[in-house]
Design a protein around this ligand. Structure first.
Ligand code: CA
Length: 220
């Protein structure tokens, strides 16, 4: 089965160039020049990865990414000419997995696509987040998690390789449970419990990595 890469880009020449490179790299490109149209298409059939331009007519890339995250964890590479936007793009608010600044080399974009697909494909084959059921399965078997533990692990697992600060994880643990009394120290104890539960089903595998001075990162 071929890997479908959606390219959401309103500059036809750039879109065609990226599509050519994607095809040459063995992917099946799908072109969209409109954010709303792309989003509607993704609801019917999800691509394996999305290359998303930030500046689009109508619905911009940031809005597309946010709306997409409501129903999909498909990897997104954001393309932007606005360097000052990068923090927001990669932040929890928008939920992009990576970014490239315009003008970019299509070769570099293909390398990023390959790296992200490898990372997310491997992780997804082992651990799956079911947002609708608030459930996480490892090799198809559900983990027994508290709501805070679910919130933390789901956030980490949706963005393999991305470092989350304790403050970010706190916000996520509180989501949907505002009365929850979570402190910085409680995050560490939640992480400890999640690690123990993961270790029970994935012995010898370190899935949640501590990044000194920064926080935590998920990688399988
Ligand atoms: Ca554009």
């Amino acid at each position: 089965m071929s890997t479908r890469v959606a390219i959401v880009e309103d500059e036809p020449e750039l879109a065609a160039l990226v599509a050519d490179y994607a095809r040459a790299a063995g992917y099946e490109p799908a072109l969209f020049d409109d954010g709303a149209q792309a989003l509607a298409a993704f609801q019917d059939a999800q691509p394996d990865l999305v290359v998303l331009d930030l500046m689009l007519p109508g619905l911009d890339g940031l809005s597309v990414c946010r709306a997409l995250r409501a129903f999909s964890q498909v990897p997104v590479i954001m393309v932007t000419a606005r360097v000052e936007e990068i923090d927001r793009l990669l932040g929890l608010e928008a939920g992009a997995d990576d970014y490239l600044c315009k003008p970019f080399s299509p070769r570099e974009l293909m390398a990023r696509i390959k790296a992200i697909l490898r990372r997310s494909g491997h992780a997804a084959a082992v651990l799956a987040v079911d947002s609708a059921a608030h459930r996480i399965t490892v090799h198809g078997k559900p983990l027994d998690l508290t709501p805070s533990e679910y919130g933390i692990l789901a956030a980490l697992a949706r963005r393999p390789g991305q470092v989350f600060s304790r403050a970010q994880l706190l916000d996520l643990a509180r989501e949907g449970n505002a009365s929850l009394d979570v402190t910085d120290r409680a995050i560490d104890s939640h992480i400890k419990n999640v690690r123990r539960k993961l270790e029970a089903v994935l012995p010898g595998v370190e899935a949640i990595h501590s990044i000194y001075g920064l926080g935590y990162r998920f990688d399988l």
